[in-house]
Design a protein around this ligand. Structure first.
Ligand code: AMP
Length: 214
């Protein structure tokens, strides 16, 4: 089963994708993670996108479609989870074409719905384990008192450079202007399920399982 997790920054796409990887052996394809990796390892492409990402704008369709194209050729185990891709109608059309070329189908699109106030609160409180990527939140899921990641025992935690109020405004605007039309696009294709992203992590997990029919 290949699925898209659709939702604004801070909706919990990454957290839920990680759970699906663990429980269903799926493969998470996060274009945000791929771009951050390129930036951190100092590739030419990484240097090109660094400023755009720091501002909170979208990088070009060409770059992210190229990243996804490469990954679709790899093993998809229990299926792909597209996390943060597609973000424009052009990307959505490209994904349909790429999947068809690979003889794959896109089975479901899950919109994770949350309100804007909750997003700002979540994002400004978020940190990530530098070793395994486990996501923490100062209010709802704090880093354990012993300072060790509950998933891998790592002791280093980072905050994303673009998790600040200024960039978040731009990221939200990009979501509403460029990405939210995908909700109608996939609704019209009869592929959309809506899950309330505001509940406890376990409740959202349950909502996603129901939407996936299991
Ligand atoms: P994310 O981790 O998904 O929040 O992405 C972080 C940043 O990477 C975004 O604010 C964009 O600058 C860039 N980015 C990630 N995915 C895409 C995409 N599909 N299209 C364009 N830009 C993207």
């Amino acid at each position: 089963m290949n699925i898209i997790l659709l939702g604004p920054p801070g909706a919990g796409k990454g957290t839920q994708a990680r759970h699906l990887v663990e429980t269903r052996n799926m493969v998470q394809l996060s274009t945000g993670d791929m771009l951050r990796e390129a930036k951190d390892s100092g590739t030419e492409m990484g240097k090109m996108v660094a400023d755009v990402m720091a501002r909170g704008d979208l990088v070009t369709d060409e770059i992210v479609i190229g990243l996804i194209r490469e990954k679709l050729e790899g093993d998809n185990k229990g299926g792909f989870i597209f996390d943060g891709f597609p973000r424009t109608l052009e990307q959505a059309d490209a994904l349909s074409r790429l999947m068809a070329d690979e003889g794959q189908t896109l089975d479901a699109v899950i919109e994770m719905r949350v309100d804007d106030e909750a997003l700002v609160a979540r994002i400004t409180a978020r940190s990530t384990c530098a070793s395994c990527g486990e996501v923490y939140n100062d209010n709802t899921k704090p880093i354990p008192a012993d300072g060790k990641c509950s998933n891998c025992g790592g002791t280093e935690f980072t905050r994303r450079a673009d998790d600040n109020e200024e960039s978040l405004k731009t990221r939200l605007m990009a979501y509403y202007k460029q990405t939210s039309p995908l909700i109608g696009y996939y609704y019209a294709k009869d592929m959309l399920s809506v899950v309330n992203g505001l509940g406890a992590i376990e409740d959202v997990q349950r909502g996603i399982s129901e939407a996936l029919g299991s």
